[in-house]
Ligand binder design. Structure first.
Ligand code: FEO
Length: 170
């Protein structure tokens, strides 16, 4: 496997792992606030990030490289509000998108078209995740300080959980 691409994907494995722990931390915060629907959504999102990490791990190993599983720093665990949670989530996803785009760019420079092809799934996934985070933030803006609106939001957000993915279909 091309060493530059192997290194870039190994750094991405670390970022996906961090994303999973970050969303787990958000889920736990939401659960402690009594926001059970939001917690469920974020727990599922954390699982999705683990699947992203696994996709990269398996890809590197199948291509003759060595996937690195590194330690990660503790994710933030204090949030001021639900708005703060989803603003942090969107900001984090924008960073991940930038990171994926940089690997795409390396693939083009190195003429590794099969990895480029593999990455297209992540390019599309990032578009979806960013749109979802923006959509949620728009809803929260509409709700403002309305407690009954927040109650409905917490019920509705469960419908946004995508179909469960397992390691089998990674
Ligand atoms: Fe794996 Fe949400 O990026």
């Amino acid at each position: 496997m091309n060493k530059k691409i192997e290194k870039a994907i190994n750094e991405q494995i670390l970022k996906e792992n961090f994303s999973s722990q970050f969303y787990l931390s958000m889920a736990s915060w939401a659960e402690n606030q009594g926001l059970s629907g939001t917690a469920k959504f974020l727990y599922a999102h954390s699982d999705e990030e683990r699947m992203h990490m696994l996709k990269f791990v398996k890809f590197v190993n199948e291509r003759g490289g060595v996937a690195q599983i590194s330690g990660i720093e503790q994710p933030p665990h204090k949030f001021k509000s639900l708005n703060h949670v989803f603003e942090s989530l969107l900001e984090h996803e924008l960073m991940v998108t930038q990171s994926i785009n940089e690997i795409v760019d390396i693939c083009l420079k190195e003429k590794d078209f099969s990895t480029h092809n593999f990455l297209q799934w992540f390019v599309n996934e990032q578009l979806e995740e960013e749109a979802l985070a923006r959509n949620i933030l728009d809803k929260l803006k509409l709700i403002g300080e309305d407690k009954s609106g927040l109650y409905m939001f917490d019920k509705d957000i469960e419908t946004l959980i995508s179909a469960p993915k397992t390691t089998e279909n990674v």
